[in-house]
Design a protein around this ligand. Sequence first.
Ligand code: GRF
Length: 217
Amino acid sequence: MPFLESAEMTHAPRIAVLVSGRGSNLQALLDAEARGELGCSIAVVISDVPDAGGLDRAKDAGTPSRVVRWSDHANRDSFTTAICDVADEFSVDGLVLAGFMRILAPEAIDRFPNRIINIHPSLLPSFPGAHAVPQALAYGVALTGVTVHFVDREVDHGPIIAQESVPVEAGDDEVTLHRRIQQVEHRLLPEVVAAFAAGELDVDGRNVVWKRGGRAS
Ligand code: GRF
C-alpha cells in the first residue's frame, strides 16, 4: 500500500528524524530540506543521547529537538511509547532513523506502519546489527554498501527501498570504508525520504515499488 495517499494528506508531509550520534545523515536531510528538495519538513529531531552531535545540527538549522533518554525508562516499551508520543506531539507522518542506535518496540511499527525508514551501512541481509562496517571488512567481502529500508518487527530486516554498493578497496580500514559508505548514505537517504514524502513508494510484501519509474533497488 502507498505510504501517503493524497486523500490522506491535509498538510505538507512532516517527519521526525531520530539520531543517537554525529548526525551527518540528519545534516544531509536538513540540507536537502533547505534546498527545497526533501518534499517534507523535519518537524522534530529526537535523540536518545543528550549530547548527540545531531542535536547541535538541529539547533543550527532552527529545527525543534527533544531528548528521550533510554535510562529514564523502565523498558523498551515505555521508551518507545515516549518516542512515539513526541512524534505525535509534532504531528509527523513518518519517522526516519538516521543513526539511531536503539531498537524500537512493536508499538512504533503499529503506530507508524510502513512509515519508519532506517539507513544501514551494509547490503542487507548481510551484516545486520551495530557493527556492519568492521564485520564486512573482517569477512573479506569485495562489495558492501548502503541499504535504506522500512522498519518492521525484526532488526535491520524490513522491505528494502533502495540499495547501493560500495567496493571495498585494498588497504581499507573501518574509517576509510565507512567514510565512502557515508558519502553514498548522504545522497541516498534524502532521495528516499523525498520519494516517501511524495507517496511514490508502494509496499507489496517485502517488495517496495517506486511508482513513476523511480529507482530500482
Ligand atoms: C550511519 O553509517 C548509518 O548507516 C548507521 O549509523 C551511522 C550514523 O552516522 N545506522 P551519522 O550519525 O548519520 O553520521
